[in-house]
Write a new protein. Structure first.
Length: 183
């Protein structure tokens, strides 16, 4: 039986919320996502967009990788390209693929991010405050704002930072692709 991405995510969010002992209203208060929206997400009636997932990550104190992919089973050191978890927000023009194998015991994660042309994504808060990021540009151009500081990135550039506050990622007339290492 194949379970779709929305159903897996719905189950995962419900499991995390109940593990914390939170009601829907408590999660709503912690995430600034309405109780009605959370209920629809947990019932797999809607797919959360990038900003909603970021708010849920912040509420649970998890990276998006760990929110999307429960770390069940043993560590597998190799994950084939075809088996890497991909999540897309078509409305926002954003696709992310988890490159590194998931592991409970290891912290670092490598994620490939693709943004369509003329895309802007704003995050109010980081999923994990103070987490170290290394952003390596692969293709295109990307304007990034981290805690009020702006950077213009081109292929081959690497931006290293710790994220404590708001961030923004914006493309111009061409799409952009980058690797993001989280540690």
């Amino acid at each position: 039986m194949v379970i779709d991405q929305d159903a897996r995510l719905a189950e995962r969010i419900h499991t995390l919320r109940t593990r914390e002992g939170w009601t829907l209203q408590e999660l709503a208060d912690r995430s600034s996502v309405s109780r009605a929206t959370l209920s629809r997400i947990e019932n797999a009636e809607v797919s959360p967009n990038t900003q909603v997932l970021a708010k849920l990550c912040s509420a649970f104190g998890l990276t998006l990788t760990r929110l999307l992919a429960p770390l069940d089973g043993g560590f597998q050191p190799l994950v084939a390209h075809k088996d890497q978890t991909t999540w897309a927000d078509a409305d926002a023009g954003f696709t992310r693929r988890v490159v590194s194998p998931p592991s409970r015991g290891l912290n670092a994660e490598v994620i490939r991010c693709d943004l369509e042309a003329n895309t802007r994504i704003d995050y109010e808060t980081p999923p994990v405050s103070g987490q170290e990021h290394h952003l390596v540009m692969l293709e295109g151009r990307l304007d990034v704002e981290i805690d009020g500081q702006s950077y213009a990135l081109s292929p081959g550039d690497c931006l290293r930072y710790r994220l404590f506050g708001a961030s923004r990622f914006e493309t111009g007339a061409e799409p952009a692709a980058y690797l993001l290492l989280l540690d």
